[in-house]
Design a protein around this ligand. Structure first.
Ligand SMILES: [Zn+2]
Length: 203
């Protein structure tokens, strides 16, 4: 297991973020998980066969070098030259056969699969959506022990959080000393879950 590809990048930002206000290279989070999309071929005179059907992991770019704009959502493997079609996002763990295999995308696809498994497990186990209306995932704003930060990755049953005042990510338990932002300026303190309260069989 390697968490490095995610942790070397800026914290993921939600899909609706204005690209002008996102850090270059920050992964795009869609419903709390890494997103992917095909290349935006609308500027090409004749769509090429082959490469255009591939799906790339989406990152925010400030350095797009083709056409007039510099900012947008681009491919992790080449954020300077491959802009993505913003109308066609998928979760990066979906459609594994269409994945781009170039290094920048490949490492993030691997991270996306691992994060998806981790998050599905944590969502089912802790039931934060059902109990608190908290959708567990990447790019979520949290407070750990009162210190604000962002969920940047998962590690098994734990969240990796980058706190605003500390460069090194911190491993956080999902419910211990955690608050989650559920709306602009709206914070929810979550409570632990006890799976050991099943009735003890009599006798
Ligand atoms: Zn790619």
């Amino acid at each position: 297991m390697s968490t490095a590809p995610m942790l070397r990048r800026p914290a993921p930002r939600p899909l609706g973020t204005d690209p002008a206000h996102a850090e270059h290279g920050a992964p795009v989070a869609r419903r709390g998980e890494l997103a992917m999309a095909p290349r935006d071929a609308s500027f090409l005179r004749s769509p090429s066969t082959g490469g255009d059907t591939q799906l790339h992991v989406a990152v925010f770019t400030q350095q797009y070098a083709v056409g007039s704009g510099m900012v947008g959502i681009a491919a992790a493997c080449d954020p300077v030259r491959i802009l993505l079609d913003e109308g066609l996002f998928f979760g990066a763990h979906e459609l594994p056969k269409s994945r781009c295999r170039r290094p920048g995308c490949r490492t993030l696809f691997e991270a996306a699969d691992r994060q998806h498994d981790d998050l599905e497990h944590m969502r089912a186990y802790y039931g934060l959506q059902e109990r608190h209306g908290v959708h567990l995932g990447l790019a979520t704003r949290v407070r750990h022990d009162g210190r604000p930060g962002t969920v940047v990755d998962t590690a098994g049953r734990y969240l990796l959080v980058r706190l605003n005042d500390e460069p090194r990510p911190v491993r956080c338990h999902v419910t211990y000393a955690m608050e989650y932002e559920t709306g602009p300026g709206e914070w929810t303190t979550v409570t632990p879950i006890n799976h050991d309260t099943a009735p003890v069989p009599a006798g």
